[in-house]
Design a binder for this molecule. Structure first.
Ligand code: ZN
Length: 201
């Protein structure tokens, strides 16, 4: 028999224009998790005996990420995206600096190339680039893209180590490592502009 779960509203100020409390559902689970609903609602699921302070700390740690995701949802809903704050952009940089190099390390052997330095930037127009010397640059806003789309950008830039152009040979290399690359490119065509706008207004 399933035990009931309890929902309480935990006061938490996410920022101007957001609700001042976050619903927390405590149930028989083992970890704290954050759910972001399509309508922009945030929900926390937590083990039954987690105290409020722990949940507040959990939320505070993810505040930059959360606000950035909410901005993205607004952008996707066709609303004028709210510009990300300095704090949100800093949070994305930190996440990107951990996530993207690990992704490059994982995917470079699949592409079969080496690479140089990895730099995270907040570029206005590009998601990534690759220099002739093999240095890779990535946009920190990639952290707001789905993981598969992020992988695609990494693979795309790594494939420039083989072909410094967008020739059919280049796309054949991309397709070899990322067979669904067309889906990922479509994601950027549909959402990319709104995301870039959220950073630069
Ligand atoms: Zn390219």
């Amino acid at each position: 028999m399933a035990r009931r779960s309890d929902t309480v509203f935990l006061p938490f100020r996410l920022g101007e224009g957001y609700p001042g409390a976050v619903p927390v559902i405590r149930s028989d689970r083992r970890t704290i998790a954050l759910e972001l609903k399509h309508d922009g609602m945030i929900l926390v699921r937590a083990p039954r005996f987690t105290d409020d302070a722990k949940i507040r700390a959990f939320l505070a740690e993810r505040e930059g990420w959360l606000r950035a995701h909410l901005a993205k949802q607004e952008a996707e809903a066709g609303e004028e995206p709210e510009r990300l704050t300095r704090e949100e952009i800093d949070a994305l940089f930190r996440e990107a600096a951990a996530d993207l190099p690990a992704r490059v390390r994982r995917l470079a052997p699949a592409v079969g190339v080496t690479y140089g330095r990895i730099t995270i930037r907040n570029q206005k127009t590009r998601w990534g680039s690759c220099t002739s010397g093999g240095n890779l640059n990535f946009n920190c806003l990639l952290m707001l893209a789905p993981e598969a789309a992020r992988d695609y950008v990494v693979i795309h830039e790594l494939c420039h180590r083989l072909e410094m152009n967008h020739s059919p040979r280049f796309w054949a290399e991309v397709a070899r490592v990322c067979p669904d690359y067309r889906t990922q490119r479509k994601w950027f065509r549909e959402h990319g502009r709104a995301l870039l706008k959220s950073m630069f207004g």
